[in-house]
Design a protein around this ligand. Structure first.
Ligand SMILES: Nc1ncnc2c1ncn2[C@@H]1O[C@H](COP(=O)(O)OP(=O)(O)O)[C@@H](O)[C@H]1O
Length: 286
């Protein structure tokens, strides 16, 4: 647990603090051209120091699309997309000594202990840093106030994007999610069409079909059953929602209501992040 110790000691402000921030900001640190172009002169929360890449966090309920948009944005900005859910699933498939116990927790829709997650994340950041990675988009972390406090103690998080969707859509999206067991990409068979009511706008989301090479390799996550999804939502409201306030009170939270599927949401998200200038809006929509 050396990596965990380093992360936790870092939170207390020891020498490891410098090591962890070095991991996040060393070699090749630069401002991506897209950000430089966009200027990021808008709200304070979107300021990124010129000497390093972005360090952003995606928050949001299960099924909201954190993985989809964090992954797109990471390609757009040239920074790694680090999803703790993916790290957990990799660990579960590794047949390590703890895999069985961890799997039981995950499949009940509960959160893993903070220490386990911090260990996985710390190792991932270290190996990325050794390969010259800089900056990140974190997805699925932090999910508790304690995780947020530890992260805040060791890294400068520039911006936290809070994705939001109606709860009935979240459940349908989780139940419709399929994952390619070879490349790990997510697809969705759900076709969502909810009418607006009581002042709320309607929402339509087309299915996200897999390409032919993934079509025969699709699996459903063991924690994407209706009961487990409802438990994950309950856990989110109880333990993870307070993390939104943690960042809101620090002026770092950007709330983003998804207006629909990827074709409508992606260009609007880029605009909300001030990552496209006027000429680029057309091509971003493509
Ligand atoms: N930061 C975290 N803290 C505790 N447990 C986590 C964390 N990230 C992932 N997990 C575990 O991995 C599971 C899957 O995570 P993820 O793919 O992010 O799910 P979701 O679709 O619910 O956002 C979670 O339900 C939880 O058991």
């Amino acid at each position: 647990m050396a990596a965990l110790n380093r992360f936790v000691r870092a939170a207390a402000g020891t020498a490891a603090r410098r090591a962890m921030s070095a991991v996040a900001s060393e070699s090749g640190a630069r401002m991506p051209a897209s950000i430089a172009r966009a200027g990021l002169a808008v709200p304070e929360v979107r300021r990124v120091p010129a000497e390093r890449n972005v360090q952003w966090v995606f928050l949001g309920c299960p099924g909201v699309g954190k993985g989809t948009y964090a992954s797109r944005l990471s390609q757009f900005l040239g920074v790694p997309h680090i999803a703790t859910g993916d790290l957990v699933r990799k660990e579960l498939s590794s047949a390590g000594p703890l895999a069985g116990q961890l799997e039981e927790i995950v499949n009940k829709g509960k959160l893993l202990p903070d220490e386990v997650i911090i260990d996985l994340l710390s190792k991932r950041l270290e190996s990325g840093g050794a390969k010259g990675e800089s900056g990140f988009i974190l997805d699925g972390f932090p999910r508790t106030i304690r995780q947020a406090e530890i992260l805040e103690g060791v890294m400068d998080i520039d911006l936290v994007v809070n994705l939001k969707l109606r709860e009935e859509v979240l459940i349908e999206k989780c139940l419709g999610r399929r994952v390619c067991n070879e490349c790990g990409k997510n697809f969705n068979v759900a076709s969502i069409n909810l009418k607006g009511e009581n002042g709320r706008p309607g929402i339509s989301m087309a299915p996200l079909p897999p390409p032919p090479q993934c079509a025969s390799k699709l699996i459903t996550r063991a924690d994407d059953t209706e009961d487990v999804v409802k438990e994950r939502l309950r856990v989110y409201h109880e333990l993870s929602e307070p993390v939104e306030e943690f960042y809101r009170s620090r002026g770092k939270l950007l709330e983003f209501d998804l207006p629909g599927g990827i074709p409508e949401s992606w260009p609007k998200l880029l605009q909300a992040l001030n990552l496209v200038d006027h000429d680029e809006k057309q091509s971003a929509a493509a």
